[in-house]
Design a protein around this ligand. Structure first.
Ligand SMILES: C[S@@+](CC[C@H](N)C(=O)[O-])C[C@H]1O[C@@H](n2cnc3c(N)ncnc32)[C@H](O)[C@@H]1O
Length: 434
């Protein structure tokens, strides 16, 4: 892997013009950067923006901003970086796990308080687990949907004991901090394959040998997060700017201050065929008692969650029409699925346009996916949509994503036949409101 990456980077051009305002710029790759610094490393989340990209965007285009918005905030990378730069921020997400993560990652807490609470949790849970093992303590398994399928009974009982101790913490911020380590624990000790973001069960043949230690898993995550909070606290404790993560569907308008920068990585396609955020979060959210109706519907509420009925649409993008036609020739249903994502994205764009001050910038970090062998120029479709609102396209940088394992076939210029085998790529698209 390392070797492949080195070869790739040796061959990579320094700065290559790919088209009108579009460059392949390796200075955005951050090849060897630690992406888990500070509170960024508290919890995994699918398709996270790396902090170095968020930071560079803020420093290039958002330094003077009073407010920044990330309308698809996910685990809150942009909000953390805004906080560090002492800039107020708002974030939206329909996934309650994202809202919890963003809140905890942007709330500095003195680690003295965390260490005290941690000692109490460890002592009490250890005692309880010992009594449980000796048969002196009866523990009820909670009644979550499909719990026996995703957790061994003994694991569920240990999780229930641990949960009781965390939920008993008085201070809400401290309690939420430990909920994050609990959530990572739930995912790790479940019967899911840990290498997958979707819910895939460990095959029956290997399940017998799977007996993770709940308590030690939690201890490791909590200790790591306390260390990282220490680093974050030193930088963030004196910052006065607020970070406001909100449980909110971007397609509906909401009252917030107007912002000077929108910096975001939207989902790059519908959840069914790209990243299933809802599936990734389901087990943690059940264990944290979020409403199951909402939990199981996250992927359906997400952008492109419902397939379009026909290929008729009002999205102002010629490039979208061209690509839909090509896909429809092969597979009409897939073309409608792709369209449903862009219809929702267009609705969202009209709304987020309303939050941005004149002269403000929108920065999208997005990868161009391939459907039925046809690459969708999502970055260019975004540009056409925002140009239809009167925005000016400033620049697009193409960056490699070095920590993606598989080399992909891509066509940076989107010209037929010009595919190269390289790492996965993503675009940083910058538009200015005139
Ligand atoms: C690519 S992820 C963002 C990752 C984020 N930049 C990070 O660093 O963690 C996209 C996010 O958009 C959210 N999302 C999808 N549809 C949404 C909608 N209609 N309203 C708000 N958020 C939505 C998903 O739940 C997901 O968390």
């Amino acid at each position: 892997m390392e070797k492949k990456l080195d070869n790739f980077l040796k061959k990579a051009p320094r700065l290559e013009k790919l088209g009108e305002n579009k460059y392949r710029d390796p200075s955005w790759d951050f090849t060897r950067a630690d992406t888990k610094i500070l509170s960024h490393g508290f919890h995994s989340y699918p398709a996270m923006m790396i902090p170095q990209v968020a930071r560079k965007c803020i420093e290039l285009w958002g330094k003077e901003a009073k407010y920044i918005l990330d309308p698809f905030m996910g685990s809150g990378t942009v909000l953390v970086e805004a906080k560090i730069h002492d800039i107020n921020s708002f974030g939206f997400d329909i996934n309650p796990l994202a809202v919890l993560l963003a809140k905890v990652k942007t709330t500095p807490i003195d680690t003295k308080i965390l260490k005290q609470e941690f000692e109490r949790i460890v002592k009490r849970t250890e005692e309880k687990i010992q009594r449980f093992r000796k048969g002196e303590l009866n523990v009820e398994i909670p009644n979550y949907y499909n719990i026996d399928y995703w957790f061994k009974p003994d694991i569920s009982k240990q999780l229930a004991l641990l949960k009781e101790e965390i939920w008993a913490i008085d201070d809400e911020n401290v309690r939420d901090f430990f909920k994050v380590a609990f959530s990572e624990t739930v995912r790790y000790v479940s019967n899911t394959r840990n290498s997958e973001y979707k819910l895939y069960r460990i095959p029956e043949s290997r399940l017998n040998g799977w007996s993770p230690d709940v308590f030690h898993t939690f201890k490791d995550y909590a200790e790591r997060n306390i260390r990282k909070m220490g680093d974050f606290y030193r930088i963030a404790k004196d910052k006065r700017a607020f970070a406001k993560p909100m449980p909110h569907n971007v397609i509906e308008p909401v009252e917030i201050e107007n912002v000077d920068m929108i910096l975001t990585s939207p989902p790059y396609g519908d959840s069914r065929t790209t990243v299933a955020y809802g599936q990734f979060s389901r087990l943690s959210l059940q264990w944290m008692d979020f409403d199951y109706e909402l939990v199981r519907n996250i992927d359906r509420i997400a952008l492109g969650g419902k397939s379009a009925k026909s290929l008729m649409h009002y999205v102002p993008s010629e490039k979208l029409n061209v690509v839909l036609e090509k896909i429809a020739e092969i597979d009409e249903k897939r073309a409608r699925e792709v369209l449903s994502y862009f219809i929702d994205f267009y609705k969202a764009s009209k709304i987020i346009n309303g939050y941005l001050n004149e002269g403000g910038v929108v920065v999208f970090v997005v990868a161009n996916r391939t459907v039925r062998g046809i690459q969708i120029p999502t970055d260019e479709i975004y540009v056409e949509i925002f140009e239809s609102f009167g925005y000016r396209h400033e620049v697009t940088y193409l960056r490699a994503i070095p920590n993606k394992r598989m080399p992909h076939k891509v066509s940076p210029s989107n010209k037929k036949g010009e595919t190269v085998s390289t790492m996965a790529l993503e675009n940083i698209v910058v538009l200015k409101k005139q």
